[in-house]
Design a protein around this ligand. Structure first.
Ligand SMILES: NC(=O)c1ccc[n+]([C@@H]2O[C@H](COP(=O)([O-])OP(=O)(O)OC[C@H]3O[C@@H](n4cnc5c(N)ncnc54)[C@H](O)[C@@H]3O)[C@@H](O)[C@H]2O)c1
Length: 308
């Protein structure tokens, strides 16, 4: 592929879900600026600036206006078969799919006792089924080409937990599991799957519970966290030279950090009872020796080392 350092994604095709606004729009524009042809997926929501076009069409037009290649594809990623339909449009327009950024998202805030099955399914539908839909549809093309970059969008809300948002947190850790599993499934290929946990000022983060939570903790700093700053990390994770896979990154406001899962060394007494667990709780949770397994084999090694 004829790429340059300015256009490292020249000849590549990216599909970004929820790309009509917020982080998705910024990711799409960044990938296009890196040379990718971009499929802008979103719901058929009219643009505020021009109600004659949808938000997805408006972003595609912005990209084309600066010489990029983009098409809009309207679909809810939550719908069964949506991934196939979106990827089919990508193939029709650009003949390949190299990159999938699973970004579309919604919130249904509220305490569990006030939420019902429909709320739960709506949230899991967009984040988890949506990520499945697009990734599953693009996966065979990536396998055939021997190249692929997939990014899923997690959230600190799911990783660390927040009140009154159980469906969202479940979905956001669900996609982390998906990224780690697919990274393992694609081991040995040039197909990488990573998760980001972004922080940026968008319509979602400036409404409802997220706004209150973020504003409570970081106040005005939130105003200095543009979506574009998150997209630079997405751009690197989608770069052909980037060999990172199965990892999670916290990104926002100019900060990029890796989120790690750690285990204490743990306490060992074969045949112990629950009373022993209670009585040795300080040893179970002692953080004096922390381990950071990256692969499941690392964790199995830890069991073997500690159990001796
Ligand atoms: N903004 C933050 O600080 C933050 C923090 C953590 C996680 N996230 C995650 O980042 C992603 C983007 O969020 P954002 O802040 O840009 O939100 P946003 O509300 O500004 O944008 C989300 C976009 O997804 C689209 N969308 C919703 N349902 C869809 C569906 N079924 N099919 C296709 N598109 C759909 C919306 O129309 C919208 O354009 C989400 O997954 C969100 O959970 C954001």
């Amino acid at each position: 592929m004829n790429t340059t350092d300015d256009l490292p994604l020249a000849g590549r095709v990216a599909v970004v879900s929820g790309a009509g606004a917020g982080l998705g729009r910024a990711h799409a524009r960044t990938l296009a600026a890196m040379g990718a042809s971009v499929v802008i997926n979103d719901l058929p929501v009219p643009s505020d600036a021009d109600p004659g076009v949808t938000i997805a069409e408006a972003v595609a037009a912005e990209i084309r206006a600066v010489g990029g290649a983009a098409i809009a594809v309207h679909a809810s990623v939550a719908d069964a078969g949506a991934g196939e339909r979106i990827v089919e449009k990508a193939i029709d327009a650009f003949s390949r799919v190299d990159i999938v950024v699973n970004n579309a998202g919604i919130l249904r805030d509220g305490p569990l006792r006030k939420r019902d099955r429909a709320d739960w399914e709506a949230v899991i539908g967009v984040h988890v089924h949506g990520a499945y839909e697009l990734t599953r549809a693009a996966w065979p093309y990536m396998l055939d080409a021997g190249f692929g970059r997939v990014v899923v969008t997690s959230s600190a809300a799911g990783i660390y937990g927040t009140a009154n948002n159980a469906s969202y947190g479940t979905a956001k850790m669900g996609v982390v599991g998906m990224a780690r599993m697919l990274a393992a499934e694609a081991a040995g290929t040039d197909i990488n799957v990573n998760a980001i946990a972004p922080l940026a000022l968008t319509a979602m983060s400036s409404s409802g519970g997220d706004r209150d939570r973020a504003a409570d903790v970081i106040g005005d700093l939130f105003q200095r966290m543009p979506a574009e700053q998150v997209s630079q990390t997405v751009g690197w994770l989608c770069h052909p030279d980037c060999d990172v896979t199965g990892r999670i990154f916290a990104v926002g406001g100019g900060r990029v950090a890796e989120v790690l899962v750690t285990e204490t060394r743990g306490w060992v007494r074969p045949g112990h009872t629950w009373r022993d667990v209670r009585d040795n709780w300080d040893s179970v949770t002692d953080r004096g020796e922390l381990h950071v397994p990256v692969h499941i084999s690392d964790e199995l090694q830890l069991f073997m080392a500690v159990l001796g």
